[in-house]
Write a protein that binds this ligand. Structure first.
Ligand code: HEM
Length: 181
């Protein structure tokens, strides 16, 4: 198999790569930014639904300790959610989201859980899109940003796996080839 150009895309270049792929337009960015007040209004409900789901499933609940940990994480999730409506999806945006993805790698959380939890985000994104007069564009834009986050989460896991494997086998190219087997 030949080498692929996508193999050399790293860090912030991933954003450019994905944003180009998804063709996120200025109109879509503006529609999201215009929905920020509604996102702020709906955030508490979203956070409740998110933690209710995670805490009622034993395999996910075991990641949350006591001492106000969930209370603290509710705030970080709120900031993460509201940032989806900033209208500005630059390199700082992707880097901060990659770092958050990496936090989940570090705690030994299987990637299926954050990916599955995007369901709650998409449900609320859709509700928010229908609270303004531009539902079609806003909802399309939100789906793109949600897909971007799924890709970024996944990328954080893949980066870690590739880095470790590359260290063991000597270089990333060989590591990538091994992962195609
Ligand atoms: C859409 C999915 C998810 C999003 C958007 C999300 C968001 C976040 C954010 C913003 C932080 C704070 C990161 C930081 O302080 O650097 C965080 C930390 C954390 N998340 Fe998530 N999360 C998701 C899924 C999950 C799931 C499924 C679990 C567990 C089953 C989980 C458990 C945790 C824990 C335990 C921390 C604290 C880690 C630490 O600082 O030691 N998260 N999450």
């Amino acid at each position: 198999m030949e080498d692929r150009n996508s193999w050399s895309v790293k860090d912030e270049a991933i954003l450019t790569d994905l944003v180009t792929l998804m063709n996120l337009s200025d109109e879509e960015k503006q529609a999201l930014a215009a929905s920020k007040p509604q996102a702020e209004e709906m955030a508490p409900q979203l956070i409740n639904a998110f933690y209710e789901r995670l805490l009622s499933h034993d395999n996910t609940a075991e990641y949350f300790g006591g001492n106000g940990m969930v209370e603290h994480l509710r705030g970080t999730l709120e900031a993460w959610f509201i940032q989806l409506f900033s209208g500005n999806y630059d390199t700082d945006y992707v880097n901060s989201r990659l770092t958050i993805g990496k936090t989940h790698v570090r705690i030994g959380l299987p990637v299926r859980y954050p990916l599955a939890m995007m369901d709650v985000l998409v449900e609320y994104g859709d509700k928010i899109a229908h609270m303004n007069g531009n539902a079609e564009v806003t909802s399309r834009a939100f789906r793109k940003l949600a897909a971007l986050d799924i890709a970024i989460f996944n990328q954080a896991y893949e980066n870690t796996q590739l880095d470790h494997l590359a260290e063991v086998v000597g270089n990333e190219r060989l590591a990538r080839r091994l992962l195609t087997k």
